[in-house]
Design a protein around this ligand. Structure first.
Ligand code: NAP
Length: 276
């Protein structure tokens, strides 16, 4: 057994808001494993140097967050198919041969969270509406199509960004104008907010929500607050709702397992640790 304590961490800028350190440290402690998980604020110009140096200091991998997800994919030597499809990396594994392996587990986390929070949800039953066309939307769309969603209605404040995404994913994704967003909710089996609207410190979600049907599953990637205005309105309309914290937890599972060799549990203790 090596004397080196295996280290992992998360790289972004800023990074102090990240909930990942307390989550991974909780799992290390619960599983009785040696290791640590460290938040690192790194500038774009230093990213590659830092990534090439960390393995020499005992790092087995890192998570990557805003604004470095696309750059990390470019730097990596090996890339999974799903990271290529999403066009961004959120997980890096530092291999023993010195190569950096990039993956993206955001879409996996999104789907696992829905499966856990809404066990009766069937991805193929009807159209999914995706609000937003940023990096998170890419992961959500890729994973929904992979899970069997028949159609995705995509709407974003900046329409051209949604059109670019729709072009990248093909015929099953169609773009709806942002001002029409309220009108497509009643046709949706799933509504997923991937914008930052409704997050503490960001503008409120102003889309009219009275079209929500009670058999629609509604999820919000925003998890501060846990119950966003969108989820509260959906609950009031009788919809099943799933909050965004579970996505954060589930996306972390494959990374932790690869770095530390044990699969951690997504349970109430892990949720509490992430919220601490
Ligand atoms: P991003 O690439 O910056 O995209 C931001 C999205 O929000 C874009 O669609 C943007 O529209 C939209 N937006 C921002 N301000 C808006 C406004 N005032 N009115 C209408 N739309 C607005 O960010 P991201 O990486 O996709 O992340 C999006 C959200 O998902 C963030 O809140 C992030 O914390 C959350 N997230 C959660 C998880 C999780 O595990 N739960 C994982 C990933 C991300 P424009 O294109 O018009 O600017």
């Amino acid at each position: 057994m090596s004397d080196k304590i295996p280290l992992a961490g998360v790289i972004g800028s800023p990074i102090s808001h990240s909930k990942s350190p307390q989550l991974h440290r909780h799992w290390l402690k619960t599983l009785g494993l040696r290791g640590d998980y460290i938040p690192m604020d790194v500038s774009a110009q230093d990213l590659e140097t830092v990534l090439r140096t960390l393995p020499k200091a005992g790092f087995v991998g890192v998570n990557i967050t805003i604004p470095h997800k696309e750059a990390a994919l470019e730097i990596a030597d090996l890339v999974t198919d799903r990271a290529t499809l999403i066009g961004a990396a959120n997980t890096l594994i530092f291999r023993k041969d010195g190569q950096i392996h990039a993956d993206n587990t955001d879409g996996y986390g999104f789907i696992e969270n829905l499966k856990a929070g809404a066990p009766n949800w069937q991805p193929h039953v009807g159209p999914a509406t995706v609000l937003g066309a940023g990096g998170a939307a890419r992961a959500v769309i890729a994973s929904l199509l992979d899970a069997g969603a028949p159609e995705i209605l995509l709407t974003n404040r900046t329409r051209v960004r949604a059109e670019k995404l729709a072009d990248d994913f093909g015929k099953k994704v169609s773009v709806v104008d942002w001002v029409q967003a309220g009108n497509i909710l009643e046709d949706s089996a799933l509504v997923a907010n991937t914008t930052s609207l409704g997050m503490i410190g960001k503008p409120a979600m102003r889309i009219p929500l009275d079209g929500l049907r009670r058999d629609t599953l509604v999820t919000d990637l925003v998890y501060t607050p846990l119950k966003t205005d969108l989820l509260a309105a959906a609950e009031a309309a009788g919809c099943v709702t799933v909050d965004g914290l579970g996505m954060l937890l589930h996306q972390a599972v494959p990374a932790f397992e690869r770095w530390f060799g044990h699969r951690p549990a997504v349970d109430s203790a892990a949720r509490a640790a992430a919220l601490r």
